[in-house]
Design a protein. Structure first.
Length: 151
């Protein structure tokens, strides 16, 4: 089963998201990706966020584990403290190479939290969990949930 990491990074009432235009299907998701062999989830998180956004963060804390379908697998979602940087793809990242082909686009961006509720987010259940946590606080212990039927 695939295991991946995702980062929740907030700056000035905006959430860092990866806007996707995947062959005409447009949606947002949290930055992150696969945990590679030999990596801890935290190591994968730092690597993926660097590749996808070049935004620097600290103090990752696991707040959600989303059990999804086999294609997306288990998503370990970390709340992180923003340090510095503006979102841009790393020049050597796979996402940047894919963008050059022009049909499957990755655009890291800040999404105002006020717009997040109506954003086309990849996982409806994770979006609901994030909205609840933004309004009522983050869980003290990782909250696990199952989701299917994403985009």
């Amino acid at each position: 089963m695939r295991k991946a990491v995702r980062a929740i990074i907030i700056k000035d009432d905006s959430l860092l998201v990866m806007n996707r235009n995947k062959f005409g299907t447009i949606y947002d998701t949290l930055p992150g990706g696969n945990i590679e062999a030999g990596e801890t989830p935290e190591q994968a998180l730092y690597r993926e966020v660097q590749e996808e956004t070049m935004v620097e963060f600290t103090n990752p804390r696991l707040v959600f584990i989303e059990h999804s379908d086999p294609m997306y697998g288990d998503q370990h979602v970390f709340l992180c403290e923003y340090m510095q940087g503006e979102p841009q793809l790393h020049p050597e990242s796979e996402e940047q190479k894919i963008n050059k082909l022009g049909k499957n686009l990755y655009t890291p961006t800040w999404l105002p939290i006020t717009d997040f509720k109506n954003a086309p987010f990849l996982s409806n259940k994770l979006q609901a969990k994030l909205l609840h946590a933004l309004a009522h606080g983050w869980p003290e212990h990782p909250e696990e949930f199952a989701s299917t039927g994403n985009v």
